[in-house]
Write a protein that binds this ligand. Sequence first.
Ligand code: CP
Ligand code: NVA
Length: 317
Amino acid sequence: MSLKGRDILSLTELSSEEITRILDVATFLKSERKQGRFRQPLVHKTLALIFQKPSTRTRVSFEVAMTDLGGGTVTLSGGEIQIIRGETVEDTARTLSRYVDAIMARTNRHSDIVELAEHATVPVINGLSDLYHPSQVLADLQTIREKKGRLEGLRLAWVGDGNNMCNTLLVGCSKTGISMMAATPAKYRPNKAAYDIAKRVSKKTGGEVKLVEDPEEAVRDADIVVTDTFVSMGDDASREERLKVFLPIYQVNSKLMSLAKPDAIFMHCLPAHRGEEVTADVIDGAHSVVWDEAENRLHSQKAMLSLLLAEDTALRI
Ligand code: CP
Ligand code: NVA
C-alpha cells in the first residue's frame, strides 16, 4: 500500500489501514536506524518546509527525516517568502510545485493549508495549523503502540484545551479503536467537526468518544493521559483569561495521574510549561514517555514521506 501523491492535512483523509501501515513502516525504519541502517528511497527528492510559526521538533525531525531518506529540504520562514508581501497562497503553491516534491507547512490558519493543498500539484503535509497537527498524532500513535503493544481497546484521557492536538487525537484515536475522553472547560471544547467525525468513525472501530468538563472523570482508569499548553501559538492575547479558567483544575499533577491505571503513560507533544498544564514531577516522572514521543516524530514522518513519495518498489518492507 502506498499513499503516493496524497495530502495529509488532518488524518481524516487516512483510513484505519493506512494509519496502521504508516505505523508499521515507522517501526521498521526506527529499528533499522537503531542498527545504523538507512534506506534511501528519496534520493533527488526535495521537501519544502514553510513555517509561519516557531518550531523545534517539527523542523528538525522533518529535516533529519529527509536526510535519512536520501533527499533534501528547503526551509522557509513565513517572513522570508513573498506571501508576506501579498503573493497569494495559490501562486505560492503553483510555484513551489515546480521545484519540490512535497510541501510541509505550519500555518496560522487551517484554511491556508487547505488552499495550499488545493493548488499544489505535489503532496502537502500539515505541520500544525490552528485546527490540526497530524504529524504529531502519528508519532503519538506510534508511541502508544510501542508502550502498550496495541491501540484498540485502550482509553485515552485528554485534559486541558480542546485545541489542535485534541482535535487530531479525536480523529486518530477513533480511527485506531482507542476510546478518548476529553476534559475541557465548556468554553474551550474541541472543534465540532473533529468531534463529529470521531463520533461517527468510532462507531465502526469500536471505540468511544466523550467530551466532559471534569478532568477526574476523564483520567479515571485511563491508559494514557495527554495534555498540551493552555496557550497555543496564536492564543497569546487571551493568556491571562485562559490561565484563570484552566488553573488549577486542568493541571496534570501526580494527584490527577494517580486516578489513571497504575501503568498509565503521560504524553505531551511539547513544548511544555511546567507548573501550568503539567507539573515537573509528572512530565519528568516515571509515567512520562514524552522523549520517546518526540523521537517518534522522526520515524513516523520518515514512514509518511516514504509512502507519499517513494516508488512502490522501494517500500517492500
Ligand atoms: N510538537 C511540536 O510540534 O513541536 P514544535 O512546535 O517544536 O515543532
Ligand atoms: N497546541 C500547541 C501545539 C504546539 C506543538 C500550539 O498550537 O501552539
